[in-house]
Structure formats: structure tokens, C-alpha cells
Design a protein around this ligand. Structure first.
Ligand code: FBP
Length: 549
């Protein structure tokens, strides 16, 4: 296959491993752990894998004397830059344990594991994908691994290929399933270890020991580059307001990071909307005020960043979606039989009065999206809801009212954008290339240490990569009980934006100035070659979280 000049140069990049992983290691046990909440219930559900200690790798003076180990790997859920480096790190790690170790990749996500679709990942294949974006080396999928049947079916192929460990590279839902699988295999003495790796551009799989999920760094740099370009454009032409929706299913980490990088006029943070119990109209009024204020200064242009998950955080919408979820789940057949033109009215007739009124007030497109199929985890597919258009139109209407009241003089031209898929398969930044390679290599060390139900943990990430700390944390440590599909289930707790954490506080201290004045920042494209202060900086979220001022 023909390669671009950058592809060729990038293939030669050697990710920097934490110094501790460059030689033989020993796993040092820390204190036993507890789940973040609901300890008694989680312990009961995970009798074999609950309460395990944190692990930290330290240098070992004895060289590694390992035997060959066969390992399986699955990419699960949405793409995130760096997945290929997790796999190449894992490959190099198991080859370091023993040159005859083998790596098998299950195709198109967990589905390939259940259906026995796989390829052996040889060095020729791995070398083609080092430092590249995408998950195309083996593909990804969203099949939910949850039933014993699936686990048993998967075990058949693991036995056939003599696989001793399975590495699941995924987000919170996939790692929840990794924990359940680890517990099950342990309970039946299957002899298979299960190790998770923290992936998601959304940045919501993190805690003190998982400082960030991979892919967040690169994806937000890609979005920030284009937001910066748009800001330069709108500051040049001075005639458009750009409404930009940013991916991130639930948490607003991506929008917040991009705001810190680009200093837009407005950035909505869903978690704040929920905490302040704001309505859609409140949000619209706030944006309209800012547009009017800028118009007073002759600035009929600006940028508004909108997190993809906003709708589900507006308290009134949240209640509506919860009732809709139940309604559609309990009346699925009847609803499917209703003529498409009548479906909106059917829903209005079956909702409580309060929710029916909100549903009826929504534009056709948004209402329709809320009634469509959920994803396999039961989530509304928020990436398909055009919140940016909804807000832009509503702000336009509000400004017309304000004009009639003599409170606004200006022009309001809108343009709409959605940045999400553009960033998920970008070539990983140096940070993600190094971090992912280390996560994969570290997963091999966890396999060699014989543990199961652990997530690969590489931390101290704002320091140079050679100083990163490597180890593992029990996945059960991240879990709590939540209602899913009408029943309480153990799941990894999503890390939402915390309003008392440094990144949000930084943003909140600056946003009034950014709103009225034009303080745009232009981060430019990701740089792979050049000075470390340009090429190797981690996200601003991570830097503020770790004490930057
Ligand atoms: P993961 O949580 O699996 O990493 O996926 C995140 C995400 O990129 C969200 O930001 C987005 O809402 C969703 O995937 C889109 O899903 P799909 O790829 O199925 O369209």
C-alpha cells in the first residue's frame, strides 16, 4: 500500500517507555482496595476479584525468565487514537517475556471473540500499524459481552488457541464487562487472565490511578486545531456565529479541554447545567445575552462550544428521556406498528402531562431522534441529535424577541459544525503514542505477573514519559451499582467533569472575559517532530489536574 511521507516518517517513531519497563520488573503489592461505592454489593458479586491490592512495577535485578504465552486482544467500542500502539506495546511486551509468545486479535470487537473470528498478529502486521490512528488492524464493535453463554463460547476459542490471557481495550462499559469476565473465568478456574486498558476519547474513564483514558489527548488536539481555524476565520470575516458540537457521549471533558485550548466566546458544560438545574431556555437566554453584548461592541461573530451529551443533562430532558426509555421498552411492538407519521402523537398520548408538553415543544428532528433505537448499552444515540442547530435556532428566535423589545441591535448569521468522528482515528500525538505503547507493554507485564481483573495503569503523566509509573489497579475498585435496563448492575463509575476541580475552575474564572472580548487561541495542528514544548505536552485538563497554574 502506498504511504504518505508522514506515514513513512511516523512509522520510524520509537515510543518512549517508562524507564521502569525497559528492564526486568517485579510487581509490588500496595494496600487492598475497595470499590468507589456500594462495597458490600460489589464484594458479593465479585467474590474472587474484589479487594485485590494495587500493583506497582519496580525494577528487578533478576532477568525475566518467562515461558511462551499466547494472548488474545479485543478492541471494543468507539475508535480512539493510539489503539494500534496499545497492541504493538502488548506484542513487544509478550515477545520480551518469550520470543515464541503469540498474539491473536479478535475481529470487529467482542463479537469476534464470541463468534471465533480472529487473526494471528505477526510482526509483519504489527509493523504496518505502529504509531498509526484507527482500529483497522482488527476492527472494533459494540457487542456487549454480558451473558454466560458468550463467556463460555469465548472460552472455547481461548482453549483452542491455548490463550492464557485476554486483553480488552475499551471504555467504562467494556471494562465493566472485562471485570465480569475475569470474575467468571476465575470462579470456574478457566485458567485465563483478563486485563483491561482504558480507552475513550471522551476522557470519562479515569480516577487517581488512571489519570486519563487514551485518545482524549489526540482527539481534543484535532478538534482544537479546527476550532482555532474557525475562530481565525470568524475573526477575519466578522459575520458568523459558529455553533460547534463536540463529541463526548456523556461527560463534557472534551468541550472543556477544547475551551481551555481555544478560549471561545461560549462553552456549555453539561455537568454545570445539571448542577444549576438549568432549562434549555435558560441556556438559550444566556447565549443570546452574550451575542447581544458582543453586538453592542460591533462584534457580530463568535463561537459556541456544545458538548454532545448536553440534552441528557438538562434536568427536564433527563426526566423526559427516562420516561421515554421505559415507554419504548415496554411498548416496543405496539410502537413499531404505529405509522411513522403518527409516532410523535403516539408518544405524546402516552407520556405524563409534564413530559408530553416538553416533548411536543421539541423540533421534529430532535423529537424523532429521542424515539429511535438505543445503542446496545441502552443509550440514546446523542451523537445523532443536532443540538447545535437546536440551540442556534432558539437563540435566533430569542434575539428576534430582544430586537422587538429594543434590547438587541445586530446581525445574527449562524454556521453549524459537529466534530467527533474527525478526531477518533487521527495519528496519535506523541503523548498518546507513548502512553498507549506503555499501556500495552504494561499489560504484558501484568500478564506475566499472573493477575486477573486488573486494568493497566500508567501514571505520573505530566512528567517526561521515562518517569511514568507503571502498574495495575483492580477494575472492581472503579465500580458502583447503577440502574441499567430497569435493574441495579455493577458498573464502572463514569468520571464526569467536577465543578470543584482545577480545569473547570480555570475555565470558570476566564469565561466572562472570553465571552465579551475576543481572546481566541490558535493551537494549530498536532506536531510530531520538533521541540518537546510543542510536541510532547499532555492535555491542559491533565496539566491543571496535576497542579499547573
Ligand atoms: P466509547 O465510549 O466506546 O469510547 O465511544 C465514545 C464515542 O466516540 C462517543 O463520544 C460517541 O457518542 C460515540 O462513541 C459514538 O458512537 P458510534 O461510534 O457507535 O457512532
Amino acid at each position: 500500500m502506498k504511504k504518505s511521507a508522514l506515514q513513512k516518517a511516523r512509522a520510524a517513531y520509537q515510543p518512549k517507555l517508562p524507564i521502569v519497563l525497559t528492564g526486568a520488573v517485579k510487581a509490588v503489592e500496595g494496600n487492598p482496595t475497595e470499590s468507589v461505592a456500594d462495597q458490600a454489593e460489589i464484594q458479593k458479586l465479585f467474590p474472587n476479584t474484589y479487594g485485590l491490592p494495587e500493583l506497582k512495577f519496580e525494577k528487578n535485578s533478576n532477568p525475566i525468565v518467562g515461558s511462551p504465552v499466547n494472548v488474545g486482544v479485543i478492541l471494543s467500542g468507539g475508535q480512539a487514537p493510539g489503539g494500534h500502539n496499545v497492541i504493538s506495546g502488548l506484542f513487544d511486551g509478550i515477545k520480551k517475556i518469550h520470543k515464541d509468545s503469540r498474539l491473536y486479535g479478535f475481529l470487529m470487537g467482542p463479537g469476534g471473540f464470541v463468534d471465533h473470528q480472529y487473526i494471528e498478529l505477526t510482526s509483519n502486521i504489527i509493523d504496518e500499524y505502529r504509531n498509526t490512528g484507527g482500529f483497522d488492524i482488527i476492527g472494533s464493535g459494540r457487542t456487549k459481552l454480558e451473558s454466560q453463554d458468550q463467556f463460555d463460547k469465548g472460552l472455547e476459542i481461548l482453549k483452542e488457541l491455548n490463550i492464557k490471557a485476554l486483553v480488552i481495550i475499551g471504555g467504562d462499559d467494556s471494562n465493566t464487562n472485562a471485570a465480569i469476565l475475569a470474575e467468571y473465568y476465575k470462579s470456574i478456574n478457566a485458567g485465563v487472565q483478563v486485563i483491561g486498558c482504558p480507552k475513550t476519547i471522551d476522557g470519562d474513564l479515569k480516577n487517581g490511578l488512571i489519570e486519563t483514558s487514551f485518545g482524549f489527548d489526540t482527539a481534543t488536539k484535532v478538534y482544537s486545531e479546527v476550532i482555532g481555524n474557525i475562530q481565525r476565520d470568524c475573526n477575519s470575516a466578522k459575520k458568523y456565529w459558529h455553533f460547534i458540537k463536540l463529541m463526548g457521549r456523556s461527560a463534557s471533558h472534551i468541550a472543556l479541554e477544547c475551551a481551555l485550548q481555544t478560549q471561545p466566546n461560549v462553552c456549555i458544560i453539561s455537568e454545570e447545567v445539571e448542577a444549576k438545574n438549568l432549562t434549555l431556555q435558560d441556556i438559550v437566554n444566556d447565549i443570546a445575552q452574550i451575542v447581544a453584548k458582543r453586538a453592542e461592541n460591533g462584534n457580530n461573530f463568535g463561537t459556541v462550544l456544545i458538548p454532545e451529551g448536553l440534552i441528557e443533562f438538562i434536568p427536564a430532558m433527563k426526566k423526559l428521556i427516562a420516561e421515554l426509555n421505559d415507554l419504548l421498552a415496554h411498548n416496543a411492538e405496539e410502537f413499531a406498528a404505529v405509522d411513522q407519521k403518527e409516532q410523535r402523537q403516539y408518544i405524546i398520548n402516552h407520556l405524563s402531562e409534564e413530559n408530553a408538553a416538553i416533548y411536543a415543544s421539541l423540533p421534529e428532528g430532535v423529537a424523532r431522534q429521542l424515539s429511535l433505537d438505543r445503542d446496545p448499552h441502552g443509550n440514546v444515540q446523542v451523537s445523532l441529535i443536532e443540538t447545535e442547530k437546536l440551540l442556534g435556532e432558539m437563540v435566533g428566535r430569542r434575539l428576534a424577541e430582544m430586537k422587538a423589545e429594543g434590547k438587541y441591535v445586530g446581525k445574527f448569521g449562524t454556521l453549524f459544525h459537529f466534530f467527533g468522528y474527525e478526531g477518533r482515528c487521527a495519528d496519535p500525538s506523541n503523548f498518546d503514542a507513548d502512553y498507549c505503547y506503555a499501556l500495552g507493554f504494561n499489560a504484558a507485564c501484568l500478564i506475566n505477573a499472573g493477575v486477573t481483573g486488573y486494568m493497566s495503569s500508567v501514571r505520573n503523566l505530566t512528567n517526561p514519559s521515562v518517569q511514568w509509573i507503571a502498574g495495575g489497579i483492580p477494575i472492581t475498585m472503579m465500580m458502583n451499582m447503577e440502574r441499567r435496563h430497569g435493574a441495579m448492575k455493577p458498573v464502572i463509575q463514569k468520571a464526569l467533569v467536577r465543578l470543584d476541580d482545577a480545569p473547570f475552575r480555570k475555565f470558570a474564572s476566564k469565561r466572562d472575559e472570553w465571552a465579551v472580548n475576543t481572546c481566541y487561541m490558535y493551537p494549530g495542528p498536532i506536531q510530531y517532530f520538533g521541540p518537546a514544548e510543542v510536541c510532547d505536552q499532555p492535555s491542559m485538563t491533565l496539566r491543571y489536574e496535576q497542579g499547573a497554574k
